[in-house]
Design a protein around this ligand. Structure first.
Ligand code: MEV
Length: 322
């Protein structure tokens, strides 16, 4: 039996502005997707999951024909698994049947990179099953190809961060770069609804077209926050990191990607003593990220107001054997 896990991710700074060439800083969080594979004696591929992804559903893949048991349902997360299998088949045509089990600690659709983590962990487990010895760069590249095929638009940031772990510096036209880590407890608060990334990116673009002289400086300011934020992270100055997160949140809200729920959770986290709290990801739903040493109190305050929340930490470890 082979078992690998891959982490989810959050944006510490820079989402949306990154679409316009500003840098962003993403971090791997220690909430993982676990993929177990075991060879079968026939050529049937079975994929199981008993958690959020596809509860109580077994999928059989025989000669690329899928059969869902029970019944037919649209299972978006499975597309990442099937595309990963296809990518592996394009490297090694003759693959044996296997059983794959997927477990996730990440809420699906929360903007925390769950699809990238599923993809990275699936590719790594299958490549190990077949003795393919893919490098981490190859895993990240293959996983990015899968995300591009399944989604219309994808950024290599999620799959890179999930593969490598730690902090990822994202800049258009530059290679993604791994940059240290962040040693402070983190709390994620979830609105319970996914944020429609494509729609929000489009909305920001329209706002920028309508008011370029106002919106362009907002985007440039977010880029400056990201650069300053990295310096503060490198100095372990979490008070400054938190204050910069708060400014970044205000600017994201001014771009129109905040919602009542996101703002409510951000303010609950700050009231509970977070040194910084902001939207993470596209907004419009999805999650907020808060940092602070009193993470237990931040988490319980968010939960007592009826939202999902969990404590986690930034992990230096990307895809790993379990
Ligand atoms: C979404 O997770 C992050 C955005 O910046 C979009 C992107 O970079 O593709 C909003």
């Amino acid at each position: 039996m082979i078992k690998f896990s891959a982490p989810g991710k959050v944006y510490l700074f820079g989402e949306h502005a990154v679409v316009y060439g500003e840098p962003a800083l993403a971090c791997a969080i220690d909430e993982r997707v676990f993929v177990t594979v075991e060879e079968r004696s026939d050529n049937v591929i079975k994929v199981f999951s008993n958690d959020l992804f596809f509860k109580d559903v077994t999928v059989e893949l025989i000669n690329d024909e899928t059969r869902l048991i029970p019944g037919e349902r649209t299972l978006k997360p499975l597309e990442y698994v099937f595309e990963s299998i296809k990518e592996i088949k394009s490297i090694e045509k003759d693959i044996p049947g296997f059983e794959m089990n997927i477990e996730s600690q990440l809420p699906y659709g929360g903007g925390l990179g769950s699809s990238a983590a599923v993809t990275v962990a699936s590719i790594k487990s299958l490549s190990e099953l077949l003795g393919l010895e893919l490098t981490k760069d190859e895993i990240a590249e293959t996983a990015y190809r899968v995300e591009k095929k399944v989604q219309k638009r994808a950024s290599p940031c999620d799959t890179f961060t999930s593969t490598m772990g730690g902090l990822t510096w994202v800049e258009t036209g530059e290679e993604l770069e791994k940059k240290g880590s962040l040693e402070i407890p983190v709390v994620i608060g979830f609105t319970g609804q996914p944020g429609p990334t494509g729609v929000l990116v489009e909305q920001v673009s329209r706002l920028k077209e309508s008011f370029p002289e106002i919106i362009e400086p907002v985007i440039t300011s977010i880029g400056k926050i990201t650069k300053q934020g990295l310096q503060s992270v490198n100095k372990n100055d979490y008070d400054a990191v938190g204050r910069l997160m708060n400014v970044n949140h205000g600017l994201l809200d001014s771009l129109g990607v905040g919602t009542q729920k996101l703002n409510e959770i951000v303010y609950i986290a700050r009231e509970a003593g977070a040194s910084g709290a902001k939207i993470t990801g596209a907004g419009g739903g999805g999650c907020i990220l808060a940092i602070g040493n009193n993470s237990q109190k931040i988490k319980s305050s968010i939960k007592s107001n009826g939202y999902e929340a969990f404590e986690t930490k930034i992990t230096r470890t990307g895809v790993r054997e379990e």
